[in-house]
Design a protein around this ligand. Sequence first.
Ligand SMILES: Cc1cc2nc3c(=O)[nH]c(=O)nc-3n(C[C@H](O)[C@H](O)[C@H](O)COP(=O)(O)OP(=O)(O)OC[C@H]3O[C@@H](n4cnc5c(N)ncnc54)[C@H](O)[C@@H]3O)c2cc1C
Length: 397
Amino acid sequence: MGPVTQTLSRLPALVPPPTVLPARAAALRAEVRAFLAQERASGAWSPRADVWLSGWDERFTRELGRRGWLGMTIPVEYGGHGGSALDRYVVTEELLAAGAPVAAHWVADRQIGPTLMRFGTEAQRRRYLPRIAAGECYFGIGMSEPDAGSDLAAVRTKADRVDGGWELTGTKVWTSGAHHAHAFFALARSAPPRDVDTGESNRHAGLSQFIVELDSPGVQIRPIPLLTGAHHFNEVVFERVFVPDAMVLGELGGGWAQVTGELAFERSGPERFLSTFPLLTAMLAELAGQPGAEREVGRLVSRLWALRSMSLAVAGSLESGQAPELAAAVVKDLGTRFENEVVDAARTLVAIPPDPGAEAGFARLLADAVLHAPGFTLRGGTNEVLRGIVARGMGLR
Ligand SMILES: Cc1cc2nc3c(=O)[nH]c(=O)nc-3n(C[C@H](O)[C@H](O)[C@H](O)COP(=O)(O)OP(=O)(O)OC[C@H]3O[C@@H](n4cnc5c(N)ncnc54)[C@H](O)[C@@H]3O)c2cc1C
C-alpha cells in the first residue's frame, strides 16, 4: 500500500458512520422550541453569540432543570433522567441555536455529571448529581495553568499529603465562570512524575484530580476581563487549600487518564460549531431579498450541515460506547474555524457596524462574536494541538 492509500484506509477513524436521531427526537425538539419561543416572547433574554461561555442566567438554568433538560443522561437514582446522549444533543443544539443563556449549567451538565458517573464515589455522586440535574449546582474547569495550557501535563499545582486529606498550592488560569461556580475539578501533582511500577520518568504519572469547593479557605478568585471588559474568566489561586480524602476524584495518580476522558466530552459537542449560529441567522435575515450574497451564504450553510452531520455521528458513536477522539478533534477544528468564518462573512456582507452597547439584534450579536472570536479555536485545546492528535491517531506522526 502506498502512503496515499494508507492514509485513505484510515479515514473511517475520522468519520464515524452517520447517526439518525430516534423518532422521539422530533417531539422533544418541538417541545424545546415551544419553550424557547415562550421565553423569548416574555422578553426574558435576547439571543446572544457564544452563550455557553457568557450567558450566565441561573433562573433560566433552573427552569431547564425543572423541565428535565439537565442531567438527561444521569441515572434516575441520582436525580437525573436516564435518557440518551442523543436526547441531550437535541436539547443542547436547540438551546445554542436560539442563543439562549446556558453558561451557568454548561460545564456541570456537559462533563461533570458524566465524569462523576464514571469516576465519582457514591457520596460524591449523591452530593452533586441531583443538584446538577436540578440546575442548582455550577462547576468550572480547573485544568489550565500559567505555564501549562497545551502542555497540560506540565501543571505545577501541587497536592501535599496532610492528615485526613491533601493541601493544594498553585494557580489555575482562564477558569471560566469560577466566580459564580460552586466547585471545580483541579488537576494537581500529588506524586513525582515517575511510573509507579518501573520508577522510570513519566510526566503523565503522579497527577490526580481533586474536587475543590470554590468557597474553601485559601481559594482566591481574581477576574481576568475579556476584550469586551466583561468578566467570565478568572485566575484561581490556592494557598494551602485543604481537600479532604473524600473529595479525591477517582484514582490517586490516575488524573491524566481521567482528564483526557473529560476532554472527550468537552470537545465533541455542537457548541464547537454553533457559537455564532445566532449571528448567522441574524445575518440571513438582514440579507433577505438582497442579491449577491447567495454564493457565500450557500457555502456557509452547506458547511454547517456537513459539520452537524459529523458532530451527530460523533454523538452516536459516543452513545454506542466508543471513544471517537479523532473524529471529535476534527469536528472541533473545522467547527471552530467555521464559527470564525461566520463572523468574517457577517462583517463583509452586511453594512451594519458592530455595536457592543446595543440591547439586541445584529449589531450586538456581531460585536459579541467579534470580541469572543479569538477564543473559539483556543478553548478546550487549540486547533494546532488537535491536529497533532489527529495526525498521531492516523499514524502520520
Ligand atoms: C474562552 C476560553 C475559555 C477557557 N476556559 C478554560 C477553563 O474554564 N478552564 C481551563 O482550565 N482552561 C480554560 N481555557 C484555557 C485553554 O484550555 C487554553 O487556553 C488552551 O489549552 C491553550 O493553552 P495556552 O493558552 O496556555 O496556550 P499555549 O499552550 O501557550 O499555546 C500557545 C500557542 O502555541 C501553540 N502550540 C502549543 N503547543 C503546540 C504543539 N505541541 N504543536 C503545535 N502548536 C502548539 C498553540 O496552538 C497556541 O497557538 C480557556 C481558554 C479560552 C480561550
